[in-house]
Design a protein around this ligand. Structure first.
Ligand SMILES: NC(=O)c1ccc[n+]([C@@H]2O[C@H](COP(=O)([O-])OP(=O)(O)OC[C@H]3O[C@@H](n4cnc5c(N)ncnc54)[C@H](O)[C@@H]3O)[C@@H](O)[C@H]2O)c1
Length: 313
């Protein structure tokens, strides 16, 4: 079981600040660093508002104590003092990930493990030249991590299995749901699944089969309701009288007929522009932050419902 030494949050934007809440809520001292002074200034006020929401949803009881565990630091070296684990959440580019991994590699103490929030870039693309590369792996959350518990653990070929084991135990301890991949693959599992859905959604929209809002409603008021507590395999196992094999026998042909040949290509610029116009007419860009807060408040209520109804992971 990993120790109770402080946790470093490196990169404290949307995802990093959510991670700060995950660890602070579980009792850890959290040391946050971001090179942007603006971002650093926003961490604690944002955490305070988010903790008030969690308290309102009945998910936490001591928001002030949790907030007091988070400290913000002006340098990376200072943020790393005494930590046992680093959650890195910098920009999703190989250059940014490589640069920060090199810095971390030079500064981390023995036994410190670095988990990268990378959404799709495997650790082997940015840790190859690190002296301590066996202690780096992907620990990919869903945004915001303090409200959506799954994390994908993806080792590079050189990641020490003991490091994966340690992070898995730590994630369970802080209330996340670790999912392990046996090896690297672009997009990992979550974004490969999401990618199939998004590719099809863009194609249906481009072809004018349904509006953006109706495609969104199909998930929000249809598939998504079941998906908030069970996955696609369990879904189909329950959707035919004889279970998964029966479902396959009945509907395999239908799905085979839906495979696009060739598969949908990259999302065309003109279609993206049309979708963006529709979305911005619905939600002006300056309202995105408010709408994120709206989403987080709903996720908190859903998380509370799952917790108190025994539907947790
Ligand atoms: N937003 C999501 O939905 C989501 C979900 C899961 C994972 N992720 C992943 O999390 C990571 C961060 O994404 P985000 O959405 O929080 O982006 P963001 O732009 O909100 O935050 C990135 C932060 O990293 C900081 N940063 C840049 N270089 C740095 C460095 N060298 N050291 C420390 N901090 C540095 C930036 O100042 C910025 O505040 C990415 O790898 C992303 O793919 C994002």
């Amino acid at each position: 079981m990993p120790g109770r030494a402080p946790i470093a949050i490196v990169g404290a934007g949307l995802v990093g600040s959510g991670w700060a809440l995950v660890f602070a809520r579980a009792g850890y001292a959290v040391r946050a660093y971001d090179p942007s002074p603006d971002v650093r200034m926003r961490i604690l006020p944002w955490a305070q508002v988010s903790l008030a929401e969690l308290e309102q949803a009945g998910l936490i009881e001591t928001p002030d104590a949790i907030l007091s565990r988070i400290t913000v630091h002006d340098t990376l070296a200072e943020a790393l003092i005494g930590v046992s684990y680093v959650q890195e959440s910098v920009f999703e580019t190989i250059e940014a990930k490589s640069a920060v991994s090199r810095e971390l590699d030079a500064l981390i103490g023995p036994e410190v493990i670095v988990g990268s929030s990378s959404s799709g870039i495997p650790a082997s693309r940015f840790t190859e030249n690190c002296a301590h590369r066996e202690r780096f792996l992907i620990v990919h959350p869903v945004n915001p991590p303090h409200l959506v518990p799954v994390v994908e653990l993806v080792p590079a070929p050189w990641t020490d299995p003991a490091a994966v084991e340690s992070v898995s135990a730590r994630m369970l301890e802080v209330g996340q749901v670790p999912v392990r991949l046996t090896r690297e693959i672009d997009g990992f599992v979550l974004n490969r699944l999401q990618g199939v859905l998004l590719n099809e959604a863009w194609a249906l929209y481009e072809e004018g089969i349904a509006s953006l809002a109706d495609i969104d409603a199909t998930i929000a008021h249809g598939l998504g309701l079941r998906w908030s507590f069970m996955g696609p395999f369990e879904t189909i196992d329950l959707n035919a009288p004889g279970g998964i094999e029966d479902y396959a026998a009945r509907l395999r042909g239908l799905y085979a007929g839906m495979v696009r040949m060739p598969p949908p290509g990259p999302w065309p610029d003109a279609v993206i522009a049309r979708a963006a116009d529709e979305r911005r007419a619905e939600l002006p860009v300056e309202n995105l932050a408010n709408r994120r807060a709206w989403r987080d408040a709903r996720l908190a209520r859903l998380a509370a419902f799952k917790k108190f109804q025994g539907l947790g992971g």
